[in-house]
Write a protein that binds this ligand. Structure first.
Ligand SMILES: [Zn+2]
Ligand SMILES: [Zn+2]
Length: 138
């Protein structure tokens, strides 16, 4: 009789631990699926807009914006004012107006052309390290 009871308890413990492992596994899956969209929203440098480094690489259009109307604040862009001319569509804005938009949107506020900032310059190729062999002459 005790043997049957022992077997029953062993079987019960086995099933219980299996169920526990399954519960922990589903809990991990659930929390990771909950967390991933929040992580994507917190990532400001991804698809949401341009990073500060990318904005810097857009440049100011070399003064080509002077005399044009900024489509964000509808004011004229005066010569000497900090400005931005978007690559591709050549739409011009005050630098502050453009940057405020571009940090949250990766496209032109007027024509919605997607901005492709110039690629990062390739990192300088480090010369291969030459193993120094020390020969001791006797
Ligand atoms: Zn403006
Ligand atoms: Zn545009």
């Amino acid at each position: 009789m005790t043997l049957v009871l022992c077997l029953f308890i062993a079987l019960f413990l086995f099933c219980f631990s299996l169920g526990l492992v399954f519960l922990v596994y589903t809990w991990i899956l659930w929390t990771s699926s909950l967390r991933s969209p929040a992580d994507g929203a917190a990532d400001k440098g991804g698809e949401k807009g341009l990073s500060t480094a990318e904005l810097e690489r857009l440049g100011d259009g070399g003064g080509a914006a002077a005399g044009q109307e900024c489509a964000v604040c509808l004011d004229d862009i005066e010569a000497g004012q900090a400005s931005r001319v978007l690559p591709g569509c050549r739409h011009a804005f005050h630098r502050a107006c453009a940057d405020r938009w571009l940090t949250t949107h990766p496209d032109c506020p007027v024509c919605r052309a997607h901005l492709d900032p110039p690629p990062m310059p390739p990192p300088p190729i480090a010369p291969p390290s030459v193993p120094v062999e020390v020969v001791v002459c006797r």
